[in-house]
Write a protein that binds this ligand. Structure first.
Ligand code: PEP
Ligand code: MN
Length: 349
């Protein structure tokens, strides 16, 4: 429910409404527009009774939020959310590129990739230290050692770190190193994890589940938002369909649909959505043309030797070509690529 205050409503009247909302065990989210203040009310739907608010002074009208997700909806927050990650802003006019290996495999592999992707124009470095693998016998990631290499790569290159957290118990360790917490497709409905990252106030990249609908993705985002964390970015990474020519099917539609339903930034992952390096650049171009706020792309200096997802990883020079191409697409739709960050730490040789 949204309580729209009169344009002339006083601060006391606004505070009185907020107090009443909170006294009923509900949350009040204030949004102050140029003209009027709107108070969004969320919480246990059984406790929301619009008739209790209509007569309060300063209240102009009560509107229902028709979507099942509330804080995530554009009805609730009409303007785009911009998520700050170190010096980057994601969700504005500038497009952000996150690139790096599927898994952190060694110090040299990660540093070589980090320098190469920054040189090519990436803004943030991806790399999994904890890997959700279909087989328990596949490489599971280097754990804390991998996080240490990511932190070293950040200090060397200035690139923000995006890395996956798979469980609530890993959160203290991963938040000690990461700039953005990736929640993988397989964990999109791990509600305990969503609750915990919602309390962490860390930027989150929430990936769409393998067979999740757009509404289910937004409901998962709502878990994080409703626990107090507004720094949520959504990631379309392809969905399972009957098609077998590609690993997944890129749901390009999801980009404009999400942009209309939610104010949260939308990132596309053309690596997992296609599963083959040869298709990655074409789908990356399509994503930028469709309105994505950023891309997350797997890059490996020697894809044939990668411990995971080598077949869908670009070599650095192909990634550099992707950056040039998506830069031109961005210009065509009056956007641009964000400037490449510079290192903040002085490295000791
Ligand atoms: C990944 O980013 O390497 C990954 C495992 O992605 P997803 O959760 O989308 O499968
Ligand atoms: Mn991967």
């Amino acid at each position: 429910m949204m309580i729209v205050m009169h344009a002339e409503a006083t601060q006391e009247q606004i505070s009185a409404v907020v107090k009443k909302v909170e006294a009923s065990g509900l949350q009040a989210h204030l949004s102050r527009g140029a003209e009027r203040t709107v108070i969004g009310v969320v919480g246990d739907s059984r406790k929301i009774q619009p008739e209790n608010y209509t007569h309060l002074s300063g209240v102009e009208q009560i509107l229902r939020i028709t979507r099942p997700y509330k804080i995530a909806s554009r009805e609730f927050i009409p303007l785009d959310t911009q998520v700050r990650v170190r010096d980057l802003t994601i969700g504005g006019r500038q497009i952000v590129l996150i690139a790096g290996p599927c898994s952190v495999e060694s110090r040299s592999q990660l540093l070589e990739t980090a320098y190469a992707v920054r040189e090519a124009g990436a803004h943030a470095l991806r790399g999994g230290a904890f890997k959700p693998r279909t087989s328990p016998y596949s490489f599971q990631g280097l754990g804390e050692e991998g996080l240490q290499y990511l932190a070293e790569a950040r200090a060397e290159t200035g690139l923000a770190i995006v890395t996956e957290v798979m469980s609530v118990s890993q959160l203290p360790l991963v938040t000690a190193y990461a700039d953005v917490l990736q929640i993988g497709a397989r964990n999109m409905q791990n509600y305990n994890l969503l609750h915990a990252v919602g309390e962490s106030h860390f930027p989150v990249l929430l990936k769409r589940g393998l067979s999740a609908t757009i509404e289910e993705l937004l409901m998962s985002a709502e878990y994080i938002l409703s626990h107090g964390n507004r720094r949520v970015m959504l990631c379309e990474r392809g969905i399972r369909t009957y098609e077998t020519a590609t690993r997944n099917t890129t749901d390009i539609n999801a980009i404009p649909v999400l942009k209309s339903l939610t104010h949260l930034p939308v990132i596309l992952d053309p690596s997992h959505s296609t599963g083959h390096w040869a298709y990655v650049t074409a789908v990356a171009r399509a994503a930028v043309a469709a309105g994505a706020d950023g891309l997350i792309v797997e890059v490996h200096p020697q894809p044939e030797k990668a411990a995971s997802d080598g077949g869908q990883s670009l070599k650095p020079e192909r990634f550099a070509e992707l950056v040039r191409q998506v830069g031109r697409i961005a210009e065509a739709i009056e956007r641009e690529l964000a400037p490449v960050p510079q290192p903040t730490a002085i490295s000791v040789p």
